[in-house]
Design a protein around this ligand. Structure first.
Ligand code: UT7
Length: 324
């Protein structure tokens, strides 16, 4: 008998305010046509004043618990991926724990920027397979609107706010690639490429929050290759091949990166979950948001093979092979 971590509930939350591409054209030398054609993004949600990553995360978590038919007391741990925490400390995850009224268990944050949800899933999967916990809330929540330079057209049009959550629970498997749940994980980082995507402030350096800086074209080139490599590595570890895939659920940064990676893996775009037209790039929230939206649409059938993949600041990148 093999323990696997399987998804038993999903939920998401998006702030009420929708910002269309045209809004940026009022203050910047940009256009809806440029943003759409170069990125695939049409609109994004921005958090209201006082609407924090923890608050959005708690909304998404409650929706995931409802979907799973579980109460907060049924959860052993919360692993939350964010680069935009409410406070320097405590962790945003513990704030969600309090908001849910959870008296037991434990909660902590994971920080791997846009790949954060992949790293959070890997943590939760490892803890479940080690027998440390049975049920984990895994959350991605971001308020990137708070770290954008709104005078920089090359970055501020790309990002959005939101949160997505899922409940992972221990199930029994046969130890084969046909098992339900997470089958394999591949994680990577390369700290020497920090300049490609970073925030120019921080607690122990400037004492400020800082704003996002990105070398878009260079990151773009690296993204397609690294995402295809990590996807293939995760599939190989699972004893599977690209031809076995039913769905790719990618990080939602740029439609051209998503399409380029799908092409390398030999999958048609109607087998790729795309939500960036409505959400923009929500960093660590983008994969759980995409999963929750697609699952609510009824896109995934039991037994289908999903490949989740993401890359972001660090650089950090990785993939998860998951059977629904
Ligand atoms: O989530 C983490 C992972 N993130 C990524 O992987 C993002 C990767 N990079 C990208 O998605 C793309 O590189 C961008 C969408 C950021 C930029 O697209 P691009 O096709 O690489 O454009 P570019 O930066 O090469 O810029 C082309 C032109 C430039 O003008 P010139 O020098 O050709 O005159 C830019 O100044 O487009 C200009 N430009 C814009 N024009 C209108 C850049 N941003 C804008 C804009 N509106 N918002």
């Amino acid at each position: 008998m093999t323990i696997r971590a399987a998804v038993c509930g999903l939920g998401h939350y998006l702030p009420e305010r929708v910002v269309e591409n045209e809004e940026f054209a009022r203050t910047l030398d940009t256009s809806d046509a440029w943003i759409r054609s170069r990125t695939g993004i049409e609109r994004r949600h921005f958090a209201a004043e006082g609407e924090t990553s923890a608050r959005m995360a708690a909304r998404a978590a409650r929706a995931a618990l409802d979907d799973a038919g579980l109460a907060p007391a049924d959860i052993d741990a919360i692993v939350l991926a964010t680069s935009t925490p409410d406070l320097t400390f405590p962790s945003t995850a513990t704030m969600v724990q309090a908001a849910l009224g959870m008296k037991g268990g434990f909660a902590f944050d994971v920080q791997a920027v846009c790949a954060g949800f992949i790293f959070a899933l890997a943590n939760a999967d490892a803890m479940i397979r080690a027998g440390l916990v049975r049920r984990v809330l895994v959350i991605g929540a971001e308020t990137f609107s708070r770290i954008l330079d709104f005078s920089d057209r090359s970055t501020c049009v790309l990002f959005g706010d939101g949160a997505g959550a899922l409940v992972l629970e221990a199930v029994e498997g046969a130890g084969t690639p046909q098992d339900r749940g997470i089958l394999a994980v591949d994680l990577n980082s390369d700290g020497s490429q920090r300049e490609l995507l970073y925030v120019d402030g921080g607690v122990s350096s400037t004492g400020t929050v800082g704003v996002l800086r990105m070398q878009g074209p260079e990151l773009f080139k690296q993204a397609v290759n690294k995402l295809a490599e990590t996807a293939l590595a995760a599939l190989e570890k699972a004893g599977l091949e690209p031809g076995d895939l039913d769905w790719i659920v990618p990080h939602q940064a740029n439609i051209r990166i998503i399409a380029g990676t799908a092409k390398k893996l030999g999958l048609e775009m109607d087998h790729v979950v795309v939500t960036l037209q409505d959400h923009g790039n929500t960093s660590a929230a983008s994969i759980p948001l995409a999963l929750s939206v697609a699952a609510a649409r009824g896109s995934f059938r039991p037994g289908e093979l999903l490949l989740l993949e993401a890359i972001g600041g660090g650089l950090a990148w990785g993939a998860v092979a998951l059977r629904w």
